[in-house]
Design a protein around this ligand. Structure first.
Ligand code: 5GP
Ligand code: ZN
Length: 115
């Protein structure tokens, strides 16, 4: 697991690297994915650093609930509340940034080719 100081997404939270934040609450922020896979592709992350969703759920279930609440808010704003929320866990599943993030995908009829 990368240390928070080395973590790209921690830098977005701290504001030491710029990104376009589209929504936020006390515990989480949402910003657009740099390589969108759908008309709406927003990443939701907790302000605190956890490597993956299971680690977050075990350590701070309320922070995960707040993360999902923010995902729902973004989806209501941008995709009529119809969306897919994906947490890749581990390199084999496609995780490339080890600060937990949910992908909020929507804005069109989504395909289903996850594997
Ligand atoms: P993962 O592959 O870990 O599930 O998702 C990481 C996501 O972060 C990818 O969809 C990738 O496009 C996105 N990403 C990587 N670097 C940046 C960046 O510098 N800015 C933004 N906004 N997204 C990034
Ligand atoms: Zn981090």
């Amino acid at each position: 697991m990368s240390l928070p100081l080395d973590c790209l997404f921690c830098k977005f939270v701290a504001g030491t690297l710029a990104t376009e934040i589209v929504a936020q609450n006390e515990r989480a922020i949402a910003f657009r994915d740099i390589n969108p896979q759908a008309p709406v592709h927003v990443l939701v992350i907790p302000r605190e650093h956890y490597a993956d969703v299971a680690t977050l759920a075990a350590a701070d279930p309320q922070a995960l609930a707040d993360l999902i609440e923010l995902a729902q808010e973004v989806a209501l704003d941008e995709a009529d509340g119809e969306y897919r929320l994906i947490f890749n866990s581990g390199p084999l599943a496609g995780q490339s940034v080890f600060h937990v993030h949910g992908h909020v995908l929507g804005g069109r009829k989504l395909g289903w080719t996850p594997a």
